[in-house]
Design a protein around this ligand. Structure first.
Ligand SMILES: Nc1ncnc2c1ncn2[C@@H]1O[C@H](COP(=O)(O)OP(=O)(O)OP(=O)(O)O)[C@@H](O)[C@H]1O
Ligand SMILES: [Mg+2]
Ligand SMILES: [Mg+2]
Length: 479
């Protein structure tokens, strides 16, 4: 029912709202008449069916700048809508309808479930929800419900607080400051798990039939973890895989298995495997001695061709030889350094572009295109390449999923180039970086990695419960 202006509620720029049906007694909303629909910052968003109607379960951190308080909610889905976020990236969001308690009145509003924090506010109150009921006085705030400290708000949640234990998850890596590792730790904590950064170099193990163990610098035994996320840099492959194997042997779930990581790190072996499961790659030649260089070059169709060092990464060690002469001298030079190399047909029509498809649990969760800097054929970001979002074809999707499956990787970064013959597989990475893909697509990839572990271990936060205090664990940080 529409009200006269004199009956309308005057609201400030920030106000406390409550959503009784979602179990949210207090959440601070940014009043934003510039936004049409109201939104709430949610994560672990999973649609499901209840009695034939579409529902969604999700979790929220109702308190600003704190992740200890988590509420799991369920609601019926009323719509899925393309919403453009403040960063300009459009995403499909679920829309729910739920009663809002505000200033002593209750009415139904629509809320979109946003998966990224907008300006630090957990909620935006948009104009649709206010229409006909509210007037905004932007110079004021908290006209209904006084300013509250986080402790006071937490106490409101404390009333129905139950402890539920999150998983204990180790991030097995080398550099805790790396964007990817930071994001994985953050995403796990956000979901109420106890995250530990484990420096590969600080782990050691006891091989024993009865009591196999993994220890950490200082002597702590790591056998009580539920899962580990191996993020092994190429130079640590050997030891990192041995450790991952040890975690497996004591029943700790690795998000990528030791076997799949070592297979994917062996470029030749993985190309052979990928070919044998019917996937297309650029024609590739490999030899151990330089005697038949001329024939090797002919094998891949002559110059121009690509020469790759087997242990290269980030585009270093990938050379384009434009002429036969150049190819002969590059191959000769690499051989004299006793470097393992392969030669490959140059896919010219790829035009300095490649695709990175991020696969988690047999699904492509994000994809981007990388475009080489002018005058460069390597699209690697480390070689000055730039990223953009791209729509992939069904064939490309299938290729990526099959590639990850062939190598047994739960999490994989699959690199593809577009050729005249269709998509060709370049390589499969077992520790794909998150920074480029999260920034290009705005997606919470780290969160999806954590969800894959939750799913595998059958872990689900019970409705209306809270995780244990993850900060407790940070205090006794090991690294
Ligand atoms: N056969 C090819 N034809 C055309 N361009 C290629 C070919 N192989 C590689 N490239 C370009 O060079 C870039 C680097 O090659 P590749 O991914 O094989 O090695 P790398 O990036 O050094 O390895 P890693 O991704 O493991 O770090 C690719 O992203 C692609 O843009
Ligand atoms: Mg690459
Ligand atoms: Mg690689």
């Amino acid at each position: 029912m529409l009200k006269n202006d004199s009956d309308k509620i005057i609201v400030g720029s920030e106000e406390w709202c409550a959503f009784p049906a979602l179990g949210i007694p207090a959440i601070k909303a940014r009043v934003d008449s510039g936004a049409k629909t109201s939104s709430i910052h949610a994560f672990n968003i999973h649609p499901f069916s209840r009695g034939g109607t579409p529902w969604v379960s999700f979790e929220i951190h109702p308190i600003q700048k704190e992740r200890r308080t988590v509420v799991r909610c369920e609601a019926q889905i009323v719509d899925r809508r393309l919403v453009k976020s403040s960063t300009g990236i459009s995403e499909k969001r679920y829309v729910i309808r739920t009663p809002l308690d505000f200033a002593g009145e209750t009415w139904d509003i629509e809320l979109t479930l946003a998966n990224r924090d907008s300006m630090g506010y957990r909620m935006l109150l948009g104009r649709e929800a206010m229409s006909g009921r509210m007037l905004v006085d932007p110079s004021e705030s908290h006209r209904y419900g006084s300013r509250r400290t986080n402790d006071e708000v937490r106490a409101l949640y404390g009333k129905h607080e139950q402890k539920s234990t999150g998983l204990k998850i180790g991030v097995l890596a080398s550099n805790p400051d790396l964007y990817s590792n930071q994001r994985i730790l953050e995403a796990g904590e956000e979901r109420g798990h106890q995250m530990k950064f484990l420096n590969i170099k600080h782990c050691y193990m006891k091989l024993d039939a009865e009591t196999p163990e993994i220890h950490y610098r200082g002597g702590r035994i790591l056998n009580d973890l539920d899962a580990v996320i191996p993020r092994i840099r190429p130079s640590m492959t050997f030891y990192g895989c041995a450790l991952t194997r040890q975690f497996e042997s004591v029943g700790i779930y690795p998000l990528n298995s030791s076997q799949s990581i070592s297979m994917s790190r062996d470029k030749l072996f993985s190309l052979q495997l990928l070919l044998s499961s019917g996937l297309d790659i650029p024609t590739t030649g490999f030899a151990n001695s330089p005697i038949d260089t001329a024939d090797l070059i002919d094998m891949v169709g002559g110059a121009p061709l690509i020469v790759k060092l087997l242990q290269g990464t980030q585009g270093r060690g990938v050379v384009l030889a434009e002429t036969r002469k150049a190819a002969e001298s590059v191959i000769g030079a690499f051989k004299s350094l006793k470097a393992n190399l392969l030669v490959q047909e140059f896919v010219k029509e790829a035009d300095g572009k490649d695709l990175r498809l991020f696969v988690i649990d047999n699904r492509v969760v994000a994809s981007m295109q990388r475009t080489a800097a002018p005058g460069e054929f390597r699209a690697n970001v480390h070689q000055g390449g730039s990223t953009s979002v791209i729509k992939i074809t069904a064939d490309e999707r299938k290729l990526a999923i099959k590639a990850a499956k062939t190598l047994g990787l739960k999490v994989a970064g699959v690199d593809i180039i577009r050729s005249r013959k269709g998509p060709l597989l370049l390589e499969v990475n077992s520790s794909p970086g998150l920074e480029g893909i999260e920034n290009a697509t705005g997606k919470d990839i780290a969160g999806q990695m954590i969800s894959a572990i939750e799913k595998k271990l059958g872990w689900r936060r019970p409705l209306g419960t809270m995780p244990e205090d993850p900060e407790m664990l940070l205090d006794e940080e090991l690294a």
